[in-house]
Every structure is written in structure tokens, then in C-alpha cells.
Design a binder for this molecule. Structure first.
Ligand SMILES: [Zn+2]
Length: 406
């Protein structure tokens, strides 16, 4: 992308971030031109960032940040800030995807079991949200979100959080409000256009909302991408030019279990898969419509990727300093997905950039893979993980991961 455009976008984004007024966003978009929000959609949106585009070398790089869990401790949040800055600086992504649990919404909900942080009060969630998106703004990188199960546990609904992101994110937020007929809020897609000179979509990224608890009519277990959302996806995709497509969803679908036991995998599984309690059909629909890679978060202690019936199912790496995990001996990290023009997303190059700057070599998981997990794990892991100091002690006692410096 030409430097002047990037600079202008970053400048306008900064202005918009500091003065989050819709008028500024629209005016800036009109001035920028560049196709505005063409090639992305759901229920509407005002984003006017120039079209996402493959680079001249025919690649497009996504940085997946997952489970940052802002809000639990300001010292930890500062570490997550630095982590984001380091990841963005190291990878120079074309797009950052926050794949859920950006903020631990429960933190300021009164509880007899823990004291409330001193910064609770009106506007707490928005303050934490602005902190969340400050690093991408400082870097001038566009981003998109899909909501997790903890984001809407404070005083904002899922739709209100999407509105908040659209309002505070300025030009760099590509987040959209999902259509009314789809359960949840963060249901939309982004098209990635071909290299400069091309005005056609060349890849498509779906952001899908897996809700919080329960997958109706079941009243237990984790949430799911609802069938009405899948109906919207199916009807929408049939009206779009077919291009290589991938998706991000916070809660893994049940096939993540099968991928571990029945498919070749790389990476590790250190906790039961806490998948959607009911299979609403995303996997089968993905096979039908050619959506060939699904990336999730949610399970902080899993980072494996597998290829099941032609579909890549992959976890991100736990990114944030809030929340439980990652397991002792692991570093926090971010999954990087490098799309290549025309390539099947199931075959995209992917790696994990770790907090110390190294790149994790995700080796074949091998056998044995332990006793088969039959059901999706449905309990809440401890909301409060070990303290940072405990974590450091644990990590010092562990052998370091095999890493390859870059
Ligand atoms: Zn989480």
C-alpha cells in the first residue's frame, strides 16, 4: 500500500479516535475515497477504511489476538498493551482480529467472593475498551472483532459493545453490527481485494458470534453460532462471488474435538475442548460453501491446528495477561495467518509469534493423544488464573519451548 495513503489513514484514524464523531468518520472516508466500505457487510456500518487488499507480493497477513481479558488488573493490562505493541511491530499485519474475550466483563459485577477493583464505576467498560484498541490505533492497523463469552458480562449488551467499537474505533475499526435476524451482534464479513490495481474480492473473512452460555433450546454448556446466523451466512454467501474464505469464532465448534483425535494436528492440547454444547451445523455448512478455515479462541490452554475433512480448525494462542492460562511453560502469543492470493485458506501458512519475540514451531502433535474426549467441556475454568508472579515462578520451573528465533 502506498505510504501516503497509510499515513493519511493513520492520521485520520487518530483524529477520529480522539474525537469519536460519526461525522468525522464519514467525512474522512469521503475524502479518502478508495472504495470506502465496499466488499464488506452485514447489517450496515459506517467504516470508510480503504478496501483491505493483498500486497504486491500476493500475501495478506492477519494477526489473531485472542482472550486478552482486559480489566482484571491494571498492571496486567499494561503488559497486554506492551504485548500488542510488540506483536504488531514484529509482524506488521494487514489486519488484526480480536477473537473474543477482549474484556473480562464480570470484573465490576458485585460479588461476595472478591473485592471490586477501584476503577469500577460508570464508563469502566468503555475505558477498558479504549485501552484495548489503543495499540492498533497507535500503529494505524485496521482491525475487526468478534465477541467472546465474557465481553458482555458488564453493563453493555453485545450490540452495545459493537456500537462502542464502531464509535471509538474510528476508521480503523472494520467491525460491523450484524443483521437483526442473526443471533448475537458480531456477525459480518470482510472482503480482501486483490493486489493494487484489482477491484475484485480475492478472499473473504467471516466474523461469527458464538454468544455466551447456552445454545437454545439447551440451557447448559457454552454458546454457539445460532442456526439463524448460519441461515444468514448461507443466503449471503450464495449471493457473493466465490472466493477463498475463512472464519473467526470465539467458542470452538464441536469438530475441534474430532480434529484433535482423528486428524493430523500440530500444536498442543492442555485442556478439554470447551466447545459449543450443540452442533448447529457450521462445520457442514463450511464444507458446502467452501469456507475452509475456522479459527477460534476461548480455550486458553490449547493452541493446536488440525485439518479435518478439508477444513482447517485452529486455535489462536492465549494473548492476554488477564484470565487463566496459558499453561506453565508456554509464552503468551498471537497466531499469524498469511493468506496467499488464490490459495485455499486450509493451506495458509500460519505460525505463532510469542511474547519474547520468538516464533513457536508448531510440531506435529503425534500420538498418543490421550483418552478421547466425548463431550464438550462445559464448566467454567477458574476466572481468576494464577497471579503473574505465580505464573513466572511456574514458567521458570518448566523447560522452555522449542523455539526458532527470527
Ligand atoms: Zn477467555
Amino acid at each position: 500500500m502506498a505510504v501516503p495513503t497509510t499515513f493519511l489513514v493513520a492520521l485520520m484514524a487518530l483524529l477520529s479516535f480522539q474525537s469519536p464523531v460519526y461525522g468525522i468518520r464519514q467525512q474522512a472516508g469521503a475524502e479518502l475515497g478508495g472504495g470506502g466500505s465496499s466488499g464488506s457487510g452485514s447489517g450496515g456500518g459506517l467504516s470508510a477504511y480503504p478496501a483491505l487488499r493483498f500486497r504486491d507480493d500476493q500475501t495478506f497477513k492477519i494477526l489473531q489476538l485472542t482472550d486478552l481479558h482486559y480489566g482484571e488488573d491494571l498492571r496486567l493490562d499494561a503488559k497486554s498493551d506492551q504485548f500488542q505493541r510488540d506483536m504488531i511491530a514484529a509482524e506488521q499485519p494487514d489486519l488484526v482480529v480480536f477473537s473474543g474475550d477482549m474484556v473480562s466483563g464480570w470484573v465490576c459485577v458485585p460479588s461476595s467472593e472478591r473485592p471490586l477493583p477501584v476503577d469500577c464505576g460508570p464508563g469502566w467498560f468503555e475505558r477498558r475498551w479504549r485501552q484495548l484498541i489503543a495499540p492498533v490505533h497507535a500503529a494505524g492497523v485496521p482491525y475487526a472483532i468478534t465477541l467472546g463469552n465474557h465481553d458482555a458480562e458488564a453493563d453493555l449488551s453485545r450490540r452495545e459493545i459493537v456500537d462502542l467499537d464502531v464509535r471509538t474505533g474510528g476508521l480503523l475499526s472494520l467491525t460491523r453490527q450484524g443483521p437483526p435476524q442473526a443471533t448475537g451482534a458480531s456477525n459480518y464479513y470482510l472482503d480482501v481485494h486483490g493486489p493494487p490495481g484489482s477491484d475484485r474480492p480475492a478472499a473473504r473473512i467471516w466474523l461469527l458470534d458464538s454468544m455466551n452460555r447456552f445454545c437454545p433450546p439447551l440451557m447448559f454448556g457454552w454458546g454457539c453460532v445460532a442456526q439463524d446466523t448460519l441461515a444468514w451466512l448461507n443466503s449471503t454467501i450464495s449471493g457473493l462471488p466465490p472466493v477463498p474464505s475463512l472464519a473467526f469464532v470465539h467458542i470452538p465448534i464441536p469438530q475441534f474435538k474430532e480434529a484433535w483425535y482423528d486428524a493430523p494436528t500440530v500444536g498442543r492440547k492442555e485442556e478439554d475442548v470447551a466447545c459449543s454444547v450443540r452442533d448447529t451445523g457450521l462445520f457442514n455448512l463450511a464444507r458446502e460453501v467452501g469456507l475452509t478455515a475456522i479459527y477460534s479462541g476461548h480455550d486458553h490452554n490449547n493452541d493446536y491446528a488440525g485439518l479435518l475433512h478439508g477444513i482447517r480448525l485452529a486455535y489462536g494462542r492465549k494473548s492476554g495477561y488477564g484470565g487463566y492460562g496459558p499453561p506453565p511453560g508456554w509464552l503468551r502469543g498471537a497466531r499469524v495467518i498469511q493468506l496467499r492470493l488464490g490459495e485455499d485458506p486450509a493451506q495458509s501458512t500460519t505460525w505463532i509469534r510469542q511474547a519474547d519475540g520468538s516464533v513457536a514451531v508448531q510440531e506435529p502433535s503425534g500420538q498418543p493423544k490421550g483418552m478421547r474426549q466425548l463431550e464438550c467441556h462445559s464448566d467454567e475454568y477458574g476466572q481468576q488464573g494464577p497471579t503473574d508472579e505465580q505464573q513466572q515462578q511456574q514458567q521458570q520451573q518448566q523447560q522452555p519451548l522449542k523455539v526458532e528465533d527470527q
